[in-house]
Design a binder for this molecule. Structure first.
Ligand SMILES: Cc1ncc(COP(=O)(O)O)c(C=O)c1O
Length: 472
């Protein structure tokens, strides 16, 4: 494709995307395809020729769109807000269009330095001190894995340079809670700690936050057994109920054992753009690493996960490689982001952040977050005052966890009832919710925060939910 052909096709595609986004409210929220339907709509044999661009757009419309769950729809209340602001989409297009290669500072100085700048802007916007330096990873899962590998090497005295974990005589232990995201368990296993050395610390029965006394006891018990507390992953905004582990207490307990503290604020880091929310992660300055995803509630399109550390030199020592073909005269003077994580080749992700901040602006983003918090409070109030309805956990931010109990149902029957009314809503296409389990019982999560979700959409959802629960 020549640049001229690209110009022509690109204009058509941008028009198509703009129309697509403008029409989202009229599309069923959950994808309406059967397993295999999208795959079967494609030829099984690899293409031998080419087609016109217009045919490709037609196929996009007919084959791909039906298989998309519309997470940008104002009636999407599932999982978490996965906003993709159009301003950041433009940054993503610019990034792809320039076709840059991030493998060293020399391969694209701008990629490195715009990332340094935007990551530091984000640090300021959430009120973190200048003690933090950061980078952009693809996801919070990768960030957590990176953090736990850094923690492992600190506790294991850089054993990766000798016999690795297998040479240690004292097992290294990681602490988190059952409410932490599944990526935490995955990271601990992939970082080599082993399931036997992953402790799920008891949580407060009301808030679902890690109990500091339970963490202290668990660490003490491990030390007495000859194990080494290596890391704690504190959730600031857990996935299920947006619980906030008490970071300040966790930091002081972990520090007394020399253990690393990683703060997983994937979803709720965005809330820290609001000064009134920052008390929720009090003590965060004492942690060793933090990750949060602008690609969730804040709205910079996937994949934009921020990862901050207080001691970049430690991270670099764990992660760096220095093959001759990547060396240059400026190596001592510049940041080499390949040494801050796992992959070598990196995309120019910082453009998405830059475009998002430049075109939408932090003030408008803050206003939208406050709107979502108000809408969540409104819904929680309705739920608390409606007979048969109750909050399943306290409201902390924008996720309202609810149950409807018509009365007289056993635990099993109540579970079935919850799944039934949520299924009715999801099958209707009018809205989408993702139920999840809390303490072994199903609940419905209403995660408010899509860019286009206004109060009228939350009111509509509440009506739909009451109707579905009465008829389930
Ligand atoms: C608290 C928390 N941590 C981690 C993740 C994983 O995020 P990612 O998809 O960026 O790996 C999620 C995703 O929902 C989350 O809610």
């Amino acid at each position: 494709m020549t640049p001229e052909e690209f110009r022509h096709a690109g204009h058509q595609l941008i028009d198509w995307i703009a129309d697509y986004r403008a029409d989202l409210e009229n599309k069923p929220v959950r994808a309406r395809v059967e397993p295999g339907q999208v795959r079967n709509s494609f030829e099984t044999n690899a293409p031998t020729g080419t087609i016109e661009f217009s045919q490709l757009v037609e196929a996009l419309e007919n084959k791909v769109v039906p298989g998309i769950t519309q997470v940008q729809s104002p009636m999407h209340f599932g999982w978490f807000p996965s906003n993709a602001s159009l301003a950041s989409v433009l940054g993503d297009i610019a990034s792809s269009g320039m076709g840059t290669l991030g493998i060293s500072w020399v391969s694209c100085p701008s990629l490195t330095e715009v990332e340094e700048v935007t990551v530091d802007w984000m640090r300021q916007l959430v009120g973190l001190s200048e003690n933090w330096r950061g980078t952009i990873h693809d996801t919070a899962s990768t960030a957590c894995l990176t953090a736990l590998m850094a923690a492992r090497e600190r506790a294991g005295n850089f054993c990766l340079q000798s016999g690795g974990l297998q040479s240690l005589t004292q097992p290294l232990v990681v602490y988190s809670t059952e409410e932490a995201h599944s990526s935490v368990e995955k990271a601990a296993l992939l970082a080599g700690f082993g399931r036997d050395n992953l402790r799920m610390v008891d949580m407060d029965a009301d808030t679902w936050a890690m109990r500091p006394d339970a963490l202290r006891q668990a660490m003490q018990a491990d030390v007495e057994k000859g194990c080494v507390p290596a890391a704690v992953v504190a959730s600031c905004g857990s996935t299920g109920v947006t619980a906030f582990d008490p970071v300040g207490d966790i930091v002081s307990i972990a520090q007394s054992h020399g253990a690393w503290v990683h703060v997983d604020a994937a979803m709720a880091g965005t809330a820290m753009m609001l000064p009134e929310c920052r008390h929720l992660w009090d003590g965060v300055e004492g942690a060793d690493s933090i990750s949060w995803n602008p690609h969730k509630w804040m709205g910079t399109i996937l994949d934009t996960s921020l990862f901050y550390v207080r001691d970049p030199q430690h991270l670099i020592r764990v992660m760096s490689t220095n093959p001759s073909y990547l060396q240059s005269d400026v190596d001592g003077d510049v940041v080499q982001y390949r040494d801050w994580g796992i992959p070598l080749g990196r995309r120019f992700r910082a453009l998405k952040l830059w475009f998002h901040l430049a075109l939408d602006g932090p003030e408008a983003i803050r206003e939208r977050l406050r709107r979502d918090l108000d809408n969540a409070r409104w819904l929680a109030d309705q739920v608390e005052s409606a007979p048969g309805w109750a909050l399943a956990s306290p409201l902390t931010l924008q996720t309202v966890c609810i149950r409807h109990n018509p009365g007289g149902l056993s635990d099993d029957a109540l579970n079935e009832h919850t799944l039934n009314w949520v299924r009715r809503i999801n099958d209707s296409g009018a809205a989408f919710l993702s139920p999840s389990m809390l303490d072994g019982r199903w609940m419905a999560r209403v995660s408010i925060g899509v860019e286009s979700t206004e109060r009228q959409h939350v009111e509509k959802l509440w009506e739909i939910a009451q109707h579905a629960a009465e008829n389930a």
